[in-house]
Design a binder for this molecule. Structure first.
Ligand SMILES: NC(=O)c1ccc[n+]([C@@H]2O[C@H](COP(=O)([O-])OP(=O)(O)OC[C@H]3O[C@@H](n4cnc5c(N)ncnc54)[C@H](O)[C@@H]3O)[C@@H](O)[C@H]2O)c1
Length: 329
């Protein structure tokens, strides 16, 4: 039987709609979580006779895929595909798909968990109460008196704007690839980078990690932010120059940062120095880890795998060039 392999959990509250989709399409479904750190040699071994992969955070490139001769589709369980060598996959005729928008609610919620935790000292306040110390805490801030600036306004950015309206925040958006009318229609103001930096009290990143965006939040960016402002990163660690962020939090304008992702995950070296700072709240890349989001992602990914198996073009193809040489309808 044709094998579909998944390296992420696809069972929620005792049910697995993704397994149902895959089995109905004729796959034998193998679910195996990788060891911590997603080792490349393990990825390589497990994919030998697999036709369809529901992929988590493993590296998928020439060295991990060269033995996977039956592989036809990699369905990424998420939006980001920076761990996948798209050109190599295209050259091998492997369709790569993702699940854009499936986790937008979950990540947007997490952005506000960070903003509220930072502006109202939730973590240190909790510690103070439990340790029965002084009740003399620093005065917090009202979100309705603050301006939120977003870098990127795709699926997640748009959900963040919707939530910001509920908190009555003024919201600025810098995304040159999104129509100004769409941004205004959402209830935000389109701005350029300079206006975003000079007028925002909180800046939140919602852009992919591409070669152009790598390290885009550098020393210039961080030191041009407002005095006592906050940075939220639920996108990718590699967008930030972490050494510059440590300096900006220690002796620059930033009051705090909320980080769901780091350059090295789990954090080591500079990433570890950063997450250990008192004015940083760090989470273990858990932005999309809610039951509703995970179930939706697994269903969309499984559908893509079933589509390729049944000769259909899946809805969310990342490497569209690959379709030219395949007989999918
Ligand atoms: N923390 C998590 O668990 C988690 C979960 C899902 C996604 N993510 C990350 O969030 C990112 C955003 O997700 P999304 O679904 O909103 O993506 P999306 O593709 O819908 O939107 C990305 C937007 O960024 C814009 N953009 C790209 N480069 C830009 C730049 N330099 N300046 C301004 N705008 C720029 C694009 O025009 C696009 O509108 C993903 O790429 C992924 O890395 C993280």
């Amino acid at each position: 039987m044709t094998k579909a392999f998944t390296s992420v959990n696809i069972e929620f509250k005792g049910r697995s709609p993704a397994t149902d989709i895959l089995e109905k399409a004729g796959f034998e479904v193998v679910v195996e979580m990788p060891s911590e750190g997603w080792p490349d040699d393990e990825t390589r071994q497990k994919l030998v006779d697999v036709e369809a992969l529901l992929a988590g955070s493993e590296n998928l490139n020439e060295s991990t895929l060269d033995n996977a001769r039956n592989l036809r589709v990699i369905a990424r369980n998420g939006v980001g595909y920076d761990k996948i060598d798209l050109e190599y996959c295209t050259s091998r005729g492997i369709v790569v798909t993702n699940t854009p928008g499936a986790m937008a609610d979950a990540v947007a919620d997490q952005v506000f968990a960070f903003i509220l935790a930072l502006t109202r000292q939730i973590i240190s306040g909790d510690r103070t109460v439990k340790e029965q110390g002084t009740y003399d805490v620093i005065i917090g801030e009202d979100l309705s008196a603050m301006t939120l600036g977003l870098v990127g306004c795709g699926s997640i950015g748009a959900e963040v704007v919707r939530r910001a309206l509920g908190f009555r925040m003024r919201t600025l958006v810098c995304d040159p690839w999104v129509d100004s009318a769409r941004i205004t229609g959402l209830g935000a103001e389109p701005v350029d980078r300079d206006q975003l930096l000079s007028e925002s009290d909180v800046i939140s990143l919602h852009i992919p990690l591409t070669t152009e965006n790598s390290g885009i939040v550098n020393r210039d960016f961080l030191f041009a932010m407002n005095e006592d402002s906050y940075l939220i990163n639920t996108a990718r660690g590699g967008l930030i120059d972490e050494r510059a962020l440590i300096d900006a939090l220690r002796s620059g304008p930033l009051a705090g940062a909320g980080l769901d992702c780091q350059v090295t995950e789990p954090p080591t070296g500079v990433s570890l120095d950063l997450v250990k700072m008192e004015n940083v709240i760090a989470l273990p890349h858990s932005g999309s880890k809610t039951i509703a989001a995970r179930e939706r992602m697994s269903i969309w990914a499984a559908q893509s795998m079933a589509d390729v198996h049944c000769g259909k073009v899946p809805k969310f193809v990342v490497n569209r060039k690959v379709l030219k040489n395949l007989a999918l309808r």
